[in-house]
Design a protein around this ligand. Sequence first.
Ligand SMILES: Cc1cc2nc3c(=O)[nH]c(=O)nc-3n(C[C@H](O)[C@H](O)[C@H](O)COP(=O)(O)OP(=O)(O)OC[C@H]3O[C@@H](n4cnc5c(N)ncnc54)[C@H](O)[C@@H]3O)c2cc1C
Length: 456
Amino acid sequence: MNTVTRPRILVVGAGFAGVECVRRLERKLSPDEADVTLVTPFAYQLYLPLLPQVASGVLTPQSIAVSLRRSKKYRTRIIPGGAIGVDLKSKVCVIRTITDQIVNEPYDYIVLAPGSITRTFDIPGLTDHAFGMKTLAEAAYIRDHVISQLDLADASQDPVERASRLQFVVVGGGYAGTETAACLQRLTHAAVKRYPRLDPGLIKWHLIDIAPKLMPELGDKLGSSAQEILRRRGIEISLGTSIAKAGPEEVTFTDGRVIPTRTLIWTAGVVASPLIATLGAETVKGRLAVAPEMNLPGNDGVFALGDSAAVPDLAKGDGAMCPPTAQHALRQGRHVADNVIASLRGGPMRPYVHKDLGLVVDLGGTDAVSKPLGIELRGLPAQAVARGYHWSALRTNVAKTRVMTNWLLNAVAGDDFVRTGFQARKAARLKDFEYTDAYLTPEQVRAHVEGTSRQE
Ligand SMILES: Cc1cc2nc3c(=O)[nH]c(=O)nc-3n(C[C@H](O)[C@H](O)[C@H](O)COP(=O)(O)OP(=O)(O)OC[C@H]3O[C@@H](n4cnc5c(N)ncnc54)[C@H](O)[C@@H]3O)c2cc1C
């Protein structure tokens, strides 16, 4: 018989925020102080900022998937699945396991760190025809897809088909979209040398954004440098422009242009995980509204952080909330662990304060722009800072070694542009990768929890 009386801490999501929190809890709490459980659909922590380098083949997918089970010190119980609802009143989290079983997990403390999903708009055809850049599967899939466009264009006798397979559209001029367009353009630029029948002049990359600037957080001068680098490499940048309609073989821009293409990559921002809506609590732009201590006011033992929470940015002030970045998420992870421990031991919680360290943008090869601590860098120094920052932020030495080896190998031996064919015949657009339809409504969560407790 299970006679556990220790407080139960449930962490949802094994990303930057969730894993940092769990590791800190493991380090600071003795095993008989609390039971720690982690719910995660995957057995790894994904280092998202390096996804564009997986898509372009500079890194292998495994090198940015950091294992959750590398050490015996990792004593947390891991439930392989996704949380699909939280009932705050009964303190129960409803989970769909990876074998599709629905289980109830009671908690005393819950730390919500399920991150975000790709933000989409009501644009005809978007979710059916666009690819995202938010999961490891998407990055690996896009690489295969782009190489397959070169293969198919090379084999085609139809000039119209060729032209459409060799145009690529990326929507979103933030760091994710800009790095994706830059890294993939380098891939096609290098790969086309292996296709003597293809005219390299037919390959065209478009990067579009509704905003008037790329990556406005870089400032005017550095933002213009990034644009200049991309334009020099032949990427057509259209600002103040979005998508009006997406189809299987063409995309219509809001300025009326119709681009024949089979590749639309959508990176126009993120919204909090749909799990947050299942709580029925107050949100700010979809993110759970939490106090500066990252607890949910009026609900003891509930904490949220990272991309899924609206954490006040006290360093900025003026009612700002922390931007959805890894930089904040991992620091919030450590901080929330301290606050959970404080509330468990009856101590005071501390508000989260962190001053942004800046931004690094890797545009592939020696092209980069970075702004560490407000210092504007371009070219090699910027690249050294960008790679140095990511490398040092990787959590384990094994991941660091894999990434460094991949970088060196790629610099020396280049890429072989191999198309693996995994997923080739499966549905693989935005809606297929992010499982957004898995969640319950707040009423369904309550009904499920009440129904199952009656049966017990
Ligand atoms: C292409 C790209 C490039 C980026 N580059 C940078 C950069 O250069 N610098 C920077 O600071 N930030 C960058 N970011 C943003 C950064 O990656 C995010 O802000 C950060 O990952 C947020 O951390 P998180 O822990 O909140 O969420 P995540 O790291 O996304 O982790 C969420 C975790 O929760 C899991 N999960 C989701 N739903 C559920 C559920 N229902 N139940 C259980 N688990 C769930 C997910 O599988 C995931 O493991 C980039 C993002 C992208 C997509």
